[in-house]
Design a protein around this ligand. Structure first.
Ligand code: ATP
Ligand code: ZN
Length: 223
């Protein structure tokens, strides 16, 4: 495919919220796999397609550099890296996959003084998604300070590091456990099938299209 490979590569989260559903979808699309000894690869047994098991954050980069032709990743990760990457070619989202649903939301301390998004002006907001948050603040014409935290964002207000947070939420239980209340949604997200923006040969392009169609078929069959 790229760099002289004759097999397609799909990047999938190695261990996390998207792993099981991603592999299950590929199996339902008709792929059969055998694990490599180091557990970094799953070799396709019935098609020239292998699965590379990686951290979800690495998936957009692997697609941009062309090390993988396809990937399954949250729209939140894809959009964050596209916004942070500026003008560089970005992966193309082909299909919404119907799992990994969550929202990137701004939350504030329960019973505090922040009642509307306008109240965020001049405050500090902690997040692991600085580009998505900055983009949303710009669109809302709110000037606030974005504080980058790699993890445990939900405890930032209690530590005095920020007045509010912008983090992924699904049930809301984590927010409630930290006495936080959701103020507004910045992005709705789910897992997507994304493709490399790199030009490929005819054989790879055909195989990507064929796999995309099989995955779409597996999704519509799942209803
Ligand atoms: P990795 O080790 O691969 O970097 P991670 O800790 O970044 O893993 P996970 O927590 O497994 O990632 O989440 C992967 C994706 O699952 C998120 O990027 C998001 O798209 C989706 N997701 C769904 N619900 C939630 C949630 N409640 N919290 C966080 N992510 C969620
Ligand atoms: Zn991650």
């Amino acid at each position: 495919m790229n760099d002289g490979r004759d097999r397609l590569r799909i990047a999938v989260q190695k261990s996390g919220r998207l792993s099981e559903a991603s592999l299950d979808l590929l199996r339902r699309a008709g792929l059969a796999f055998r694990a490599s000894r180091d557990k970094l690869f799953l070799y396709g047994e019935n098609l020239p397609v292998d699965v590379l098991l990686v951290r979800d954050d690495d998936i957009p980069g692997l697609l941009v550099e062309g090390s993988c032709e396809l990937g399954i990743v949250g729209r939140n990760v894809l959009d964050e890296q596209r916004l942070a990457g500026g003008e560089a070619a970005a992966p193309v989202a082909l299909l919404d996959l119907g799992f990994g649903g969550c929202r990137l939301a701004i939350a504030v301390p329960d019973g505090g003084t922040i009642e509307s998004i306008g109240d965020l002006a001049g405050l500090r907001i902690a997040t692991s998604y600085p580009a998505l948050l900055a983009d949303w603040l710009r669109a809302q014409r709110i000037e606030a300070e974005v504080v980058l935290l790699a993890g445990s964002v939900e405890i930032a207000p209690r530590l005095g590091k920020a007045h509010a947070i912008c983090d992924l939420v699904s049930s809301g239980a984590t927010l409630a456990a930290n006495q936080l209340r959701e103020l507004t949604t910045v992005l709705r997200s789910e897992a997507v099938l994304a493709a490399s923006p790199r030009p490929r040969g005819a054989a790879a392009t055909q195989l990507v299209e064929r796999l995309g169609a099989r995955i779409a078929g597996a999704l519509s069959g799942a209803g």
